[in-house]
Structure formats: structure tokens, C-alpha cells
Design a protein around this ligand. Structure first.
Ligand code: LHQ
Length: 259
């Protein structure tokens, strides 16, 4: 259900149920969780690249195994969210190294929002983002209501969530929903180059940068200033800071260890 490619310095994790547009069943959730856990625990892995096999990125929850006869007022989708989707989003956000998402094709439902949970999102020109939930009578999950409102504002976010209209990669980039749109045939190379670049970076500082950026919207400026002070104190004690300063003074490229 997933492919885990351990490269020198970074890992590529590929959702791999292309015949179902990589929609999530339980097995795919568990395999992705294990792969992310491994990437998090392995010091040699300093960046993660998440993508999808085939023509889609991810179509959200696999709806194929739903028996409409069993969809009644006893059903607890909250349990599915709590067991699988929320831990996944927390895992991506909590991973103390950069997670790049290369959106190779359609990203729908939870698939769109898992992409938005990643740190740097590149999307192929032919990719699109669909808040498909309202099309089947559901509410956006996997952080979508939070990510979208903060990324593109409440007006655009609400319209997308209510209409279920698709957003092209080009529009997503123009709106600031993602980092960049890339031509289809350039996506893999661009995403790999970015992963390789980040894998040589100051990984410890990257983890702190994620933490700071993700805290901003819930903090007052005062609280955020305090947080920056604390994080900078930690960064200032890292060997990568020593190396960064030495390299600057010696006019050479820094060789960061990630520590
Ligand atoms: C699929 C799926 C799919 C199964 C395409 N499942 N087979 C959380 C907690 C608990 C419950 C519910 O949900 C959630 C979160 C969610 O994610 S809810 C939202 C679930 N996702 C959707 O509603 C999206 C459903 N898919 C679509 O609307 C379309 O497939 C999109 C717009 C993504 C792509 O359209 P097309 O490019 O026209 O492709 P297609 O529809 O022909 O799909 C290709 C195949 O993939 C097809 O199978 P087939 O055997 O006919 O070739 C689809 O049935 C299958 N597929 N999404 N979610």
C-alpha cells in the first residue's frame, strides 16, 4: 500500500494504491504511519518526500468498502478520524524534519488536507485539490478547515468547502495554498532536488522553525516573541550554528550535521 524508498539523507514515501487513486484503507494508514515513524526515528533521514503512485495523489478515504445499508445513526466516523486521520496529521506536523509533498495528481477529501499538512507543497500542473466532503454529505477533516482558512482566508475556504469545487494547482499556488506549481514532467526532479537540499540543511533548526511557524497562529505576538527567544536559545547551542558561522567567516559552504 505504500513504497518506502530510503535515499541518502532523505526518504521518499509513496502512497501506492493507484487503481483506487491511493485512497486510504486501514492498511495504507498503518503502513504510512510506520514509514513516518521510521523516518522520524532515523537520524540519517533528514527530510521526507510524500507523493502518490499513478495519476492521482490521494482520493481521501476509500469509500469502496462502505455498505450504504450500514450507514445509520449508530455509525461513528469520529472514531475513524480519531484513530487514523488525526494521528497522521499530528505526526506530519510534529515530525522534527521537513516534509515535502509532491502532489502528482488529484488530491481529494482527506487526501487534499494531508497534502496541506505537509511543510512544503509542490503540485504538478495537472493536479487539483478538491474538498470533496460536502459532495457526500460530510465535513472537511484532517485539519482542512484549519489549514484552508489560515492559508487562503475564510471567504475562499468556505466557498471551496461548501461547493466542493476543484482548485487547479495554478490557482492553489496563486492563492498561497501551496508553495509552487511545477510542470508535470518536472515534478519528480524538482521535489527530489528540494529533498536533497533540505537533507543537507540544519535539521535541528528546521525542526524548531516548524514548531515556531506552527505556533504563530495560536499565539499573541508577545507569546510568539517569547517562543522565538526560547527556540533561538536552543538553536544557538547547536553544532550546526557553530558550523554555519564558521563556514560564513571562512567563505565556504557549510557542512551541516543536522545536530
Ligand atoms: C476511489 C476513491 C475513493 C474508493 C476514486 N474510494 N475508490 C474520513 C473518515 C471516515 C469516513 C469518510 O471520510 C473521511 C475523509 C474523506 O476523505 S471523505 C472524502 C472521500 N473522498 C471522496 O469523496 C473522493 C471520491 N473520488 C472522487 O470524487 C473522484 O474519484 C476524483 C474527483 C478524486 C477523481 O475523479 P476521476 O479522475 O474522474 O477518477 P475516477 O472517479 O474515475 O476514479 C478512478 C478510480 O478510483 C475509480 O475506480 P474504477 O474501478 O471505477 O476505475 C474510482 O472508483 C476509484 N476511487 N476515489 N475515495
Amino acid at each position: 500500500t505504500i513504497l518506502h524508498d530510503r535515499r541518502d539523507g532523505w526518504h521518499r514515501i509513496t502512497l501506492n494504491r493507484p487503481e483506487k487513486l491511493n485512497s486510504f484503507n486501514e492498511a495504507q494508514h498503518l503502513a504510512l504511519r510506520a514509514a513516518l515513524d521510521e523516518a522520524a526515528a532515523n537520524d540519517a533521514c533528514r527530510a521526507v518526500l510524500l507523493t502518490g503512485a499513478g495519476r492521482g495523489f490521494c482520493a481521501g478515504q476509500d469509500l469502496g468498502d462502505r455498505d450504504p445499508a450500514k450507514l445509520d445513526d449508530k455509525l461513528d466516523l469520529g472514531h475513524t478520524i480519531e484513530t487514523f486521520y488525526n494521528p497522521l496529521v499530528r505526526q506530519i506536523r510534529g515530525l522534527a524534519k521537513p516534509v515535502i509533498c509532491a502532489v502528482n495528481g488529484v488530491a481529494a477529501g482527506a487526501g487534499a488536507n494531508i497534502a496541506l499538512a505537509c511543510d512544503i507543497v509542490l503540485a504538478a500542473r495537472s493536479a487539483k485539490f478538491i474538498q470533496a466532503f460536502s459532495r457526500i454529505g460530510l465535513v472537511p477533516d484532517s485539519g482542512g478547515t484549519w489549514f484552508l482558512t489560515s492559508l487562503i482566508g475564510e471567504a475562499r475556504a468556505k466557498a471551496l468547502m461548501l461547493t466542493g469545487e476543484a482548485v487547479s494547482a495554478e490557482k492553489a499556488a496563486e492563492w498561497g495554498m501551496i508553495w509552487r506549481m511545477v510542470e508535470d514532467d518536472a515534478l519528480t526532479a524538482e521535489a527530489e532536488a528540494l529533498a536533497e537540499h533540505l537533507a543537507k540543511g540544519p535539521t535541528f533548526a528546521y525542526g524548531l522553525i516548524k514548531q515556531a511557524a506552527q505556533s504563530a497562529s495560536g499565539n499573541t505576538l508577545d507569546a510568539q516573541l517569547d517562543l522565538e527567544r526560547d527556540l533561538q536559545r536552543e538553536a544557538g547551542r547547536s553544532s550546526d550554528y557553530r558550523e554555519g558561522v564558521s563556514a560564513f567567516l571562512e567563505k565556504r559552504e557549510a557542512a551541516f550535521s543536522g545536530k
